[in-house]
Design a binder for this molecule. Structure first.
Ligand SMILES: Nc1ncnc2c1ncn2[C@@H]1O[C@H](COP(=O)(O)OP(=O)(O)OP(=O)(O)O)[C@@H](O)[C@H]1O
Ligand SMILES: [Mg+2]
Length: 256
């Protein structure tokens, strides 16, 4: 359903700045209802890849096919439905929502961009919707700045899901949260997927989390996807020396 082919992006920063090949010929496929886990060290290009796929950033080359349509060749109004169908959930709870707005106003925002329901029905839809995300009704009146990080991620996810997307980039969705809250958010993401059939590209530094959540996995290194495969196979029998080193160092860290 999502097919990425040979996707590339080079940043040229500064006058004398050397070109940085942030994403270098990446190809991957994410099927309906699947989670593809993307692992790699800081700066290897994971977030850039997520932004290229969702068209938040223009690519230099390659293809992003969504339901057979190459998104990189369409623009303007033709792109709007895809802006709804593909979403991105960011790492930082503090940037996900406007801190001065109430949670209710944040949840109303998707309807302003995509007219998915009549104006008079919207708040009822929101009140019903949040029950499935563990959000208490009292939270709706609070400002985002007065809400905990874990609750913000719940609201950010609920807001995205109001748009009924088919694919979401989860860019380190739990890395700013306490371990216990992390587990709750991962559980919620799993339940939402089981319920709706949405696909995820799950970006994380945490191999354990990726192993539990992903069917398929890819290892990124300096802009390239150096190894990919079924998550279990990749852990049991990594082919690339870099992947072997990564798994070994992660196992050692757990023993500390
Ligand atoms: N807008 C930009 N302009 C110039 N260089 C950029 C830009 N965005 C990212 N880069 C560079 O591209 C490379 C990949 O960055 P990216 O944010 O995709 O990495 P990442 O894998 O998400 O890292 P992290 O794990 O720290 O989030 C880095 O070298 C970064 O400095
Ligand atoms: Mg990143």
């Amino acid at each position: 359903m999502l097919e990425v082919e040979n996707l590339s992006k080079t940043f040229r920063s500064g006058l004398a700045g050397r070109p940085c090949r942030a994403v270098d010929g990446v190809s991957l496929t994410v099927g309906p209802g699947q989670t593809y886990g993307l692992m790699g060290e800081s700066g290897c290009g994971k977030s850039t890849l997520g932004r290229l796929i969702t068209r938040l950033l223009p690519a230099d080359g390659g293809k992003v096919r969504f339901d057979g349509v190459d998104l990189l060749t369409i623009r303007g109004r033709a792109l709007k439905p895809y802006r709804r169908r593909m979403q991105i959930l960011f790492q930082h709870p503090d940037t996900a929502l406007n801190p001065r707005m109430t949670v209710l106003d944040s949840l109303r925002e998707p309807f302003l961009i995509h007219p998915l329901a009549e104006r008079g029905e919207r708040d009822d839809i929101i009140r019903e919707h949040i029950k499935h995300y563990g959000i208490q009704p009292e939270l709706l009146e609070r400002r985002a700045s007065q809400v905990s990080g874990g609750q913000i991620q719940r609201v950010a996810l609920a807001r995205i899901m109001l748009l009924r997307p088919e694919f979401i980039v989860l860019d380190e969705p739990t890395s700013m949260l306490d371990v216990s809250v992390q587990a709750q958010i991962m559980e919620l993401l799993g339940a939402v997927q089981a319920e709706t059939g949405v696909s995820y590209l799950l970006i994380s530094h945490d191999l354990d989390l990726l192993r539990r959540a992903s069917g398929y996995m890819g290892i990124m290194h300096r802009g390239k996807l150096i190894e990919q495969g079924a998550a279990e196979a990749l852990f049991e029998d990594p082919r690339q020396p870099y992947t072997q080193k990564l798994i070994r160092s992660f196992d050692r860290m757990k023993e500390l």
